[in-house]
Design a protein around this ligand. Structure first.
Ligand code: GLN
Length: 488
């Protein structure tokens, strides 16, 4: 239990002091993964051999007393929509089951450069479409707090594996909440950076104007350390922004005096479970008692965020997923002629939710409906962004629940619209391209509840400051799923 629960700093210190080697550390985590996976099922691929080879190289460096970076020699895992050279990248889909990328995503390359030891690839909703990881083309993942429940999604594997202490940190991707909502359900810290702050090169595209990669960790400080390694401009991604990347750990001060917090009233509306609301109101009060100035505010166009997202995201996905035709990548159906081969490949290769989105998006983009749906949605998206611009003239941070409920049971919700509404507080943030973090803020019936902090573009720093202060003054992040205490 001791080792697997340690922070990045502590593990790093152990390596530097030669109290443990990277090989031993990696083996410890791999053993823990083996002990927990039968129940959690967060991993799609475990890369034991390449992990141990990478760890051995780092041990050589340590033996020669060379300086090692903060992530060097530490195990890590990636959501399976980030390309890994020579390692299967399925995107949670049967259509990419046999896809082995010939190159690394920029985030993969950066983590390798930082010396992180990749131990595997994590389960997800197919093509990141979903909120529970039940849409995985392979199997659902369990929530370590209650194995009968979903871990959230689409980065369910990324969140569950950190909660189960299978790895010190992971990366997830967030198009409408897919880092923050599973982080909330699993009681871990998840950050969706500003759009353009982390390269999307090598991230299998879902909705390119919304997708962002970010870290999932046990603590806020761990999160900032991982963001340090993966953020920054990348010429290979034309939407990546050239900006002065700060050292994110500089913002980790235990102080929110004078911080202006806005509480958007639209984020406490219909569908919000009263017990969850109580946890979040308490969290806001904690920050207020610590010196933050809190005020209610309004984002009047929020009610249009869901319909806007469910036009734009499917439209972009229908275009992005056109490339899976059985010719270029992955699965190819057997058929007598080319047209049938295209059709059968897509009919058999994609799951139900992916097909639903492709149909919705294709319809919204078709010539007779483009103006009425797609163009209109883009205009409303601008209104939503302007709402945020206005409130951010007065506040440094906005606070809301991450999700309206805690984790639900696997198979409990079959209606897609009900599942879609679970992202009602996270989706507006992606539409506006803003950074947001979810952190553990309490429990309802033993299940973790996440609080969302939203910041201005490229102001991840203020999120880390507020989140760190909250964490230093509360104990929620110290709780560990009972099942892990037993195995660990
Ligand atoms: N749950 C949302 C969807 O299904 C968001 C997914 C995501 O952020 N990747 O589209």
């Amino acid at each position: 239990m001791g080792l697997i629960n340690k922070s990045i700093d502590d593990l790093h210190t152990m390596l530097v002091k030669k109290e443990i080697s990277s090989t031993e550390l990696t083996k410890e985590f791999l053993t823990h993964i083996k002990n927990t996976e039968a129940k959690v099922r967060a991993f799609l691929t475990i890369t034991e051999e390449t992990a141990l080879a990478a760890a051995a190289k780092i041990d050589e460096k340590i033996a020669k007393n060379e300086t090692i970076g903060i992530l060097e020699g530490l195990p890590a895992a990636l959501k399976d929509n980030m390309c890994t050279e020579g390692i299967a990248t399925t995107c949670g889909s049967r259509i990419l089951e046999n896809f082995v990328p010939p190159y690394d995503a920029t985030v993969t390359a950066k983590l390798k450069e930082a010396g992180a030891v990749l131990v595997g690839k994590l389960n997800m909703d197919e093509f990141a479409m979903g909120s529970s990881t039940e849409n995985s083309g392979f199997f659902p993942t369990s929530n370590p707090w209650d194995m009968k429940r979903v871990p959230g999604g689409s980065s369910g594997g990324s969140a569950a594996s950190v909660a189960a202490r299978e790895v010190p940190f992971t990366l997830g991707s967030d198009t409408g909440g897919s880092i923050r909502q599973p982080a909330a359900f699993c009681g871990v810290v998840g950050l969706k950076p500003t759009y353009g702050a982390v390269s999307r090169y090598g991230l299998v595209a879902f909705a390119s104007s919304l997708d962002q990669i970010g870290p999932l960790t046990k603590t806020v400080r761990d999160n900032a350390l991982v963001l340090n390694a993966v953020a920054g401009h990348d010429p290979k991604d034309s939407t990546s922004v050239p900006f002065n990347k700060p050292d994110y750990t500089q913002f980790l001060e235990n102080n929110v005096k004078g911080l202006k917090i806005g509480v958007p009233k639209e984020f406490f509306g219909l569908g919000l479970q009263p017990e969850v609301e109580k946890v979040i109101r308490n969290g806001i009060q904690t920050l207020q008692e610590l010196g933050a100035e809190v005020e209610e505010c309004s984002l009047p166009h929020m009610e249009y965020a869901m319909p806007t997202y469910y036009i734009i995201a499917p439209a972009e996905c229908s275009s992005n997923l056109a490339r899976y035709d059985g010719v270029r990548y992955g699965y190819r159906a057997e058929a007598d002629d080319m047209i049938d081969m295209f059709k059968d490949t897509r009919a058999k290769g994609f799951g139900q939710e992916v097909k639903r989105r492709i149909m919705l998006g294709t319809y919204a983009l078709s010539s007779g409906y483009y103006d009425a749906y797609y163009l209109k949605a883009q205009k409303v998206r601008t209104l939503i962004k302007q709402d945020f611009d206005k409130v951010f003239a007065r506040y440094d941070v906005l606070i809301s629940p991450t999700a309206p409920t805690p984790a639900y049971k696997i198979g409990e919700i079959s209606d897609p619209l009900t599942i879609y509404m679970g992202d009602v507080y996270t989706i507006p943030v992606n539409l506006a391209g803003l950074p947001a973090i979810s952190l553990p803020a309490g429990f309802v019936n033993g299940l973790p509840v996440g609080m969302q902090l939203i910041g201005k573009h490229f102001d991840e720093g203020v999120l880390y400051r507020a989140a760190y202060t909250f964490e230093q003054n509360t104990d929620y992040h110290k709780e560990i799923p009972a099942f892990i205490k037993e195995v660990g």
